[in-house]
Write a protein that binds this ligand. Structure first.
Ligand code: ADP
Ligand code: MG
Length: 605
């Protein structure tokens, strides 16, 4: 029986239209998801030139009939949904029936496919939506689809593609998101004839180990504890790293109903569960899988989005935090851990959603540095919570108040000439206090220093003037394939700022020199931190990754909290700080300077 049918227009229109194929990675995702939907147990991915010239996916799934092979490329042709309400109970990956239609419109596709019950298979070739060949062929059961010369007929799109390194990195990232939820399916990933990943069928743990458990990624499942929680609303299982095995460079993955998701708010829940257990700067690695009724999440979002909205995010926050704490508690046997989370911990509000008045709107595109013409990055902090940082929290709702920065012009807090001679105090070995234009000014010492260093590093990067200090004993930096790709990308800038790096093998570099400011630190964690920042912040242009390099180095070389400062050191920091074009917040949005106004102080008496 042919199993494909056309969606009625009305249903099609109810489905958010969107551009499905933006880059090779989105094409790969669609193809592999189709193979999984077809029940494949073995999937091979073959890529050339980061997907520009070839993206091939070979599966051993159910295959297609001759008729289906042709229909598959029609818009809204799908075997997976008949009615609009099916959208809400959907559990297969693809459901719009637009992936293959979009792909064949912008590439040259050649596909062979055969079902087990058919003796012969079908070969079909389509160039820019035109069928140029369709014939009977001999081929194994399953589907073998080659997407050649992506965007051959859309030069603008082709121009938008990033370098091969970036596109390959995007492909691998997309691939990780999928293979981590299908551990039973065997996968291989080949790029330009080189096998980058070979993943046999196994358990979730084995899959995680197969992807990340190498000296380069340093994520070994023996360092993990199991999380397992069943509630009526949601079930959560997976693995979280033991606190003492946490690193600066963490692998953090959430999945919901078999799909990868980004969820800054739930990330906060995991971090809260670890509070007090990690040295600052260290991040927990975790792989957490959620199962939830499809009605309780918004499935009908853009296919390329990885953010997912849940019906009751606060309740899940609490369940998640409690499960992680419980897992860690079992492991550390620490009796002081309080499992009664309701009383002891403030649950922050989710970034959006139903909130009692006053309504708070957070504009995710707001960029505090935008209108000021500063050297600071033209970028929005990715973590919603950093948008709140430094804004006064209003007690009654628990929600921070939102100040529209375009309306309230920030009054000048500090004047360079006052800072030269005013009294200075240090509080808690963390803050510098001084009188300002209209109140008592508190300066976060670590962030202030980091902001000063950030400006210096940015200047050195721009002018290629980093000072290098040769290491007595060179160290070896081993890297995963995607970090290797990333490194080749940013290496000219690392050299510009003072790193001396030589490639040793296809997956390692020797570090022979470091920026002179960093000579007292061990170079490998410094470089790992930079790679992590660049990777996580999705820095794709040279300007973006320079900012991340500068920020990472600044964070790592700034004076720490807990350091007692002399008056001279404090004055040096504050007077350099106020000379920066934007001294109140860091490049990533964190607050450096806060003021207690005279009014606020007087009201207390
Ligand atoms: P969707 O996946 O949303 O249904 P696609 O355009 O991705 O839409 O695919 C259209 C149809 O082609 C699918 O519904 C499925 O029936 C068929 N198909 C696509 N890829 C495969 C495959 N690898 N194996 C078997 N059938 C496939
Ligand atoms: Mg599909």
């Amino acid at each position: 029986m042919d199993i494909i049918h056309l969606l009625p227009d009305s249903v099609a229109n109810q489905i958010a239209a969107g551009e499905v194929i933006q880059r090779p990675a989105s094409c790969l995702k669609e193809l592999v998801e189709n193979s999984l939907d077809a029940g494949a147990t073995r999937i091979q991915v073959i890529v050339r030139d980061a997907g520009r010239t070839l993206l091939q996916v070979i599966d051993n799934g159910i295959g297609m009939s001759e008729m289906d092979a042709r229909l598959a490329f029609e818009r809204h042709a799908t075997s997976k949904i008949r009615e609009a309400q099916d959208l809400f109970s959907l559990r297969t990956m693809g459901f719009r029936g637009e992936a293959l239609a979009s792909i064949c419109a912008v590439s040259q596709v050649e596909m062979t496919t055969r079902r087990a019950e058919d003796e012969t298979g079908t070969l079909i070739e389509i160039h820019g939506s035109d069928v140029v060949r369709q014939e009977v062929c001999a081929c194994p059961v399953g589907t073998n689809i080659k997407v050649c010369n992506l965007f051959f007929n859309v030069p603008v799109r082709r121009k938008f593609l990033k370098t091969d390194q970036t596109e390959l990195r995007n492909l691998l990232t997309e691939f990780y998101h999928i293979v981590l939820v299908y551990p039973k399916v065997a996968f291989t990933f080949v790029h330009n004839d080189e096998i980058l990943l070979e993943l046999p069928s196994g358990t979730e743990k084995q899959r995680i180990e197969a992807v990340f458990g190498n000296p380069k990624r340093n994520v070994y499942t023996s360092a993990f504890v199991d999380v397992s929680t069943e509630t009526e609303m949601v079930s959560i299982h997976g693995f979280v790293v033991k606190p003492e095995s946490a690193t600066r460079k963490a692998e953090q993955y959430f999945f919901v109903n078999g799909r990868y998701m980004r969820h800054p708010y739930f990330l906060k829940a995991v971090q809260t569960a670890y509070s007090g257990m990690l040295t600052s700067d260290y991040q927990p690695s975790f792989f957490l899988y959620f199962e939830i009724a499809p009605e309780a999440i918004d499935v009908n979002i853009h296919p390329t989005k990885t953010e997912i909205k849940f019906a009751d995010e606060q309740a899940i926050f609490q369940i998640l935090m409690a499960s992680v704490r419980e897992a860690l508690g079992k492991f550390t046997l620490a009796p002081q851990i309080d499992f009664d989370t309701s009383g002891s911990i403030d649950i922050p509000q989710p970034p959006t959603g139903e909130v009692a008045a006053p309504r708070v709107t957070v504009d995710p595109t707001y960029n505090p540095f935008h209108s000021r013409g500063t050297i600071y990055p033209d970028r929005v902090p990715r973590n919603w919570e950093s948008l709140y940082e430094g804004l006064p929290a209003s007690r009654n709702t628990g929600m921070p108040e939102y100040h529209d920065p375009s309306i309230s012009l920030e009054p000048e807090l500090l004047r360079a000439e006052d800072v030269e001679s005013c009294p200075l105090w240090q509080y808690g070995n963390k803050y510098i206090l001084l009188p300002g234009a209209n109140g008592l000014v508190l300066v976060n010492q670590h962030r202030a220093h980091a902001a000063i260093l950030y400006a210096q590093y940015m200047e050195q990067l721009t002018l290629s003037q980093g000072a290098m200090q040769q290491l007595l004993f060179p160290e070896v930096l081993s890297l995963s394939p995607d970090d290797m790709v990333l490194l080749t990308h940013i290496i000219p800038d690392l050299r510009a700022i003072g790193f001396d790096l030589e490639q040793l093998s296809p997956d390692s570099y020797s570090v022979q020199g470091v920026p002179s400011q960093l000579v007292s630190q061990s170079p490998l964690p410094v470089l790992q931190h930079i790679l992590q920042q660049v990777r996580e912040r999705g820095a794709d242009t040279q300007r973006e990754w320079r900012e991340q390099i500068a920020l990472s180095l600044a964070e790592q070389s700034a004076i720490p909290y807990g350091k007692a400062l002399t008056e001279e050191e404090m004055r040096d920091i504050v007077s350099k700080l106020v000379r920066l074009p934007q001294y109140r917040r860091m490049a990533d949005g964190k607050t450096i300077v806060s003021v207690m106004t005279d009014d606020e102080i007087n009201k207390r008496f």
